[in-house]
Design a protein around this ligand. Structure first.
Ligand code: NCD
Length: 350
């Protein structure tokens, strides 16, 4: 493994190895305190973040690595109009690994073409968020003994929620999972995620009532309506407040339901429901730091030696149909597609 753009680049063996390493770190963090002391990690956050950014920084520091970076582009040359490839090439020459969050979909993939060091995708617009997926899989493994054989409900903004897209793509790779996708008709999963579900053969259905579905779930993944991805305040308001998890709905759920949420939450879980022992999102945040320690440790040790991918040749004349795709703003990027799909952001080429 050289980069982590999405979980599907990782074999399941690599995932189990990563989980075992995280477990070992949790058991004896002191053993790893200096393991990366000769390394420097850069965190480039073009979009706001609390958990992801701090957990990566905490993870790097707890391995003994040093950290540089920006949080919001205000103090960087991005405000002078520098493009992504120049920023990435520059930062790669100072650091051993780059963690990047960017509002454009496919930005992490684009960055990986220009960086001499491993790129970790910490969220690319409404597309993917693989390290949240590592966090979610770690939490489920620790709390439920594994990530197979569960009926998993996803509720809220399934269109723009990148954590949802990455987690569905990961969970279909494990046997016996079934999916209930709970959203309004305006916030259903994007086509590329639906295609992954269909191709996997995993049982799945779309549903608009949380109340109707909650009783059958082993895992409920609540999400925030992603206000920043809406075209207007008005459009957001139409969707806000539709799904609220409260004590009444939790009373209909299984005794061993696990409620997860990538956080931040706004109003989709009431204060009363928040105190229910089945809600595990703060365990999730802690597990997130340990699995990120395992990821950084692995990539910092192996990533640089790993063979550089061959420079991809432009292989399509078509353009990506997604207006939020990185190829729409960074015009130097090679045009890359496969089977009618944009290789940066997964949306259909037109
Ligand atoms: C999520 C994100 O940024 O995609 N948060 C996170 O990284 N833990 C979820 C969100 O913003 O709603």
């Amino acid at each position: 493994m050289r980069n982590l753009i999405d979980f599907d680049q990782m074999t399941l063996e690599e995932w189990y190895r990563l989980y075992d390493l995280a477990k070992d770190i949790m058991g004896d963090p002191a053993k790893y305190m200096k393991s990366c002391e000769d390394k420097l990690v850069a965190t480039l956050f073009y979009e706001p973040s609390t958990r992801t950014q701090f957990s990566f920084q905490a993870a790097a520091l707890r391995l003994g690595a040093k950290v540089i970076g920006f949080s919001g582009t205000a103090g960087s040359s991005v405000t002078k109009g520098e493009n992504l490839k120049d920023t990435v090439r520059t930062v790669a020459s100072y650091s051993d690994l780059i963690v990047m969050r960017n509002p454009s979909e496919g930005a992490a993939c684009a960055a990986s073409l220009y960086a001499r060091v491993p790129i970790v995708n910490a969220g690319d617009g409404g597309h993917l968020h693989p390290t949240q997926t590592l966090t979610d899989l770690t939490t489920l493994t620790a709390l439920k003994g594994g990530v197979s054989g569960h009926t998993v409900g996803f509720c809220g903004d399934l269109k723009n929620g990148r954590t949802v897209h990455s987690l569905i793509k990961a969970l279909v790779r494990f046997p016996g999972n079934a999916f209930v996708l709970i959203s309004t008709s305006g916030l259903r999963i994007p086509d590329y995620v639906r295609k992954v579900l269909e191709a996997s053969g995993a049982p799945h259905r779309e549903e608009n009532s949380l109340e109707a579905a909650i009783g059958e779930l082993d895992v409920l993944y609540m999400t925030r309506i992603q206000k920043e991805r809406f075209e207007s305040e008005e459009a957001y308001k139409k969707e806000a407040g539709v799904y609220i998890l409260d004590a009444k709905k939790l009373a209909l759920a299984k005794a061993d339901l696990v409620v997860l949420h990538p956080l931040p939450k706004v109003d989709e879980i009431t204060d009363e429901a928040d105190e229910d022992p089945r809600c595990h999102y703060f365990d999730q945040t802690e597990f997130g730091m340990y699995i990120r320690m395992a990821l950084l440790h692995t990539l910092l040790k192996e990533g640089k030696e790993a063979r550089q991918p061959a420079w991809p040749r432009p292989n399509t004349d078509k353009i990506c149909g997604n207006p939020r795709c990185i190829t729409r703003t960074e015009s130097y990027l090679p045009k890359l597609g496969e089977g009618g799909r944009c290789l940066y952001c997964d949306h259909a080429l037109i």
